[in-house]
Design a protein around this ligand. Structure first.
Ligand SMILES: [Zn+2]
Length: 293
């Protein structure tokens, strides 16, 4: 790949090593020295676009203020929004009914959010191929969440995994689908017919290969599935953007987007077509995930 890509999914509050330690670091107030260290990782690689996925300790909010110093066009949801007792407290704040959800959207707006980040399912269980943690949100709930965010003038970034979860998110009209693991063929077809951009965050899986934290065989199966789906999405002309989930375990800031693009090039072939396809996805993220008015 000749071009430099923007990072379409990062969490500046984490460092790719230990999220508990990272959270503790910023708990009593943003550790600005550490944050600047991470921003420099983008700057020194010439990466000028970063879209954050949010956090619950104001790191993303502060990063938005500092980013210009590093020549970075930085977009932030400030925090992510999740249904109480479901996955998401690591990156944001909960709601228990739609009135509270709407209040969270307005809270994000007031805090300077460029878009809204929602959590609609759990995450991969790396110990067991095919398994997603937790219960996905109901389709009606997701539809209402997306509707409210759109009504408030925001694009929606949706953390979602699994067939049921992805179909609900696509039907609701999310602007970007994050992770989207374990889609089947029907779901990828639905994606390709939608206006949704898929950010597969393949680095969160591929960077675990050979790591030893999880059973290698399971990680290999998950990686093979991700690769097959990226290939299928390409064949069907779905819109896909590169975002590594930098900050997640083994995915480093700056390096993460390099890993992501390299891995996708490894799957599809390091060809100008692959590069153009990913750039088109990134451009759509840049155009859409912008605060209006
Ligand atoms: Zn994320």
């Amino acid at each position: 790949m000749e071009q430099i890509f923007g990072e379409c999914h990062a969490h500046l509050f984490m460092d790719g090593i230990d999220y508990r330690a990272a959270k503790a670091r910023h708990f009593a107030g943003v550790d600005e020295e550490n944050l600047r260290l991470q921003l420099r990782e983008y700057q020194k690689r010439g990466i000028t676009f970063v879209r954050d996925g949010g956090d619950a300790c104001n790191v993303s909010r502060r990063a938005k203020e500092l980013a210009e110093e590093y020549g970075i066009d930085y977009r932030s949801p400030i925090f992510a929004i999740h249904l109480e007792h479901r996955y998401g407290s690591i990156v944001g704040f909960p709601f228990s009914n739609m009135k509270e959800y709407h209040a969270r959207v307005l809270q994000a707006k007031k805090a300077g959010a460029d878009f809204i980040k929602i959590m609609t399912t759990g995450i991969l269980d790396f110990h067991h191929f095919g398994v997603i943690t937790g219960t996905p949100l109901r389709e009606e709930t997701v539809r209402e969440m997306v509707h409210i965010a759109h009504e408030e003038g925001f694009a929606v970034m949706s953390h979602t995994n699994g067939i049921q979860g992805v179909q609900a998110a696509l039907a609701a009209g999310v602007d970007s689908l994050e992770h989207g693991n374990y889609m089947d063929d029907e779901t990828i077809r639905m994606l390709s017919r939608s206006g949704t951009v898929w950010v597969p965050t393949v680095s969160t899986v591929y960077n675990l290969l050979g790591d030893g934290r999880f059973p290698e065989e399971e990680v290999q199966k998950i990686a093979a599935h991700v690769a097959a789906n990226v290939r299928r999405a390409y064949e069907l002309g779905a819109c896909v953007a590169p975002g590594s989930d930098a900050g997640a375990y083994r995915v480093l800031h700056g390096q993460g987007i390099m890993d992501e693009v390299e891995t996708i090039a490894g799957i599809l072939g390091d060809r100008p077509e692959t590069e153009r396809w990913l750039k088109a996805g990134e451009n759509r993220i840049q155009e859409r995930f912008k605060r209006r008015g």
